[in-house]
Ligand binder design. Structure first.
Ligand SMILES: NC(=O)C1=CN([C@@H]2O[C@H](COP(=O)(O)OP(=O)(O)OC[C@H]3O[C@@H](n4cnc5c(N)ncnc54)[C@H](O)[C@@H]3O)[C@@H](O)[C@H]2O)C=CC1
Ligand SMILES: O=C([O-])CC(=O)C(=O)O
Length: 328
């Protein structure tokens, strides 16, 4: 028997990432090739015409799994009945703006959208925040949607995870699918810590194969941390293709499970694991099963890694304080 369609919300759907993401969702890349979907697309009134253009293209593409499209600038209509919410819409930093100004705009957007999701989304809706500052937007959404379980609110660091896999695969000249268990710790920002201490290719540890600690602790980390900026410099636009693909990876693994023996990175609510302060949205290694993520426990953390985990936690603590100061 055919499955019931799942309602998937994409905010900022008229933007760069939205435009790359909605066809992937409609093709079954996010929820599976046998899962029909109804797409809910939200953007702001100045983007309404462009949003309608995206809707027209979705109709024209005749996706067999796509059972309906809601394109709207009304946040209540957008959130009603959704089981998956991918929050891509946000206020970008503009020339001359201070960090606090950008934070203040996004805090008010995520506060309002949190309330709408809480009231109108399906129970147990899974939320993925992509828009920057992704971890802190997720924290604000959590604060203002207290009835959504905190385990349902996550942010995207899978793009950073995939970037780390890509860099190791290029360096070792191996297939990217053979590289496993890198970790992104912390913030989706330039303080994130891409960690290959526990990564493998086949049954061999990546550090043993690379045999170049200076590269692993220097250029590799910096390349992954700065990759978003490098793409923006090259394209003059954000990394829309890879962000959209990674958002699909994040939701797919969360809903359908991670393969045996592998973990992925997700920004999730910290419970104090690895001595990361509780109450931050922080990227950890996780496994997923039965629609739930679980932080991988018991990994050894050396002195170098400890300092990196703490530095990115310190930045998130500072961002949290800044976000809260925008609320008052
Ligand atoms: N977490 C991650 O790995 C990544 C995050 N990003 C972030 O994703 C976000 C989107 O990037 P792009 O698509 O390139 O930007 P974009 O500027 O092309 O699109 C953003 C869209 O959001 C809409 N928007 C603004 N305020 C909104 C609101 N209140 N409700 C609904 N929609 C709203 C805009 O009208 C626009 O259509 C940015 O914040 C970017 O920094 C980008 C790449 C990777
Ligand atoms: O810095 C940005 O806006 C883009 C970004 O997050 C990324 O590509 O990782």
């Amino acid at each position: 028997m055919a499955k019931e369609p799942v309602r998937v919300l994409v905010t900022g759907a008229a933007g760069q990432i939205g435009y790359a993401l909605v066809p992937m969702v409609a093709r079954g890349i996010m929820l599976g090739a046998d899962q029909p979907v109804i797409l809910h697309m939200l953007d702001i009134p100045p983007a309404a015409e462009a949003l309608n253009g995206v809707k027209m293209e979705l109709v024209d593409a005749a996706f067999p799994l796509l059972k309906g499209v809601v394109a709207t600038t009304d946040v209540v209509e957008a959130c009603t009945g959704v089981s998956v919410a991918v929050m891509v819409g946000g206020f970008p930093r503009k020339e001359g703006m201070e960090r606090k100004d950008v934070m203040s705009k996004n805090v008010s957007i995520y506060k309002a959208q949190a309330s709408a999701l809480e009231k109108y989304a399906a129970p147990n809706c899974k939320v993925l925040i992509v828009a920057n500052p992704a971890n802190t937007n997720a924290l604000i959404l959590k604060e203002f949607a207290p009835s959504i379980p905190e385990k349902n609110i996550t942010c995207l660091t899978r793009l950073d995870h995939n970037r780390a896999l890509g860099q190791i695969s290029e360096r070792l000249n191996v297939q990217v699918s053979d590289v496993k268990n890198v970790i992104i710790w912390g913030n989706h920002s330039s303080t994130q810590y891409p960690d290959v201490t526990h990564a493998t290719v086949g049954d061999k540890p990546v550090p043993e194969l690379v045999k170049d600690d200076a590269w692993l602790k220097g250029e590799f980390i910096a390349t992954v941390q700065q990759r978003g900026a490098a793409i923006i410099k090259a394209r003059k636009l954000s990394s829309a293709l890879s962000a959209a693909s990674s958002a699909c990876d994040h939701i797919r693994d969360w809903v359908l499970g991670t393969p045996e023996g592998t973990w992925v990175s997700m920004g999730v609510y910290s419970d104090g694991s690895y001595n990361v302060p509780a109450g931050l949205i922080y990227s950890f290694p996780v496994t997923c099963s039965g629609g739930e993520w679980k932080i991988v426990q018991g990994l050894s953390i050396d002195e170098f890694s400890r300092a990196k985990l703490d530095a990115t936690a310190a930045e998130l603590t500072e961002e949290k304080a800044l976000a809260y100061s925008c609320l008052s």
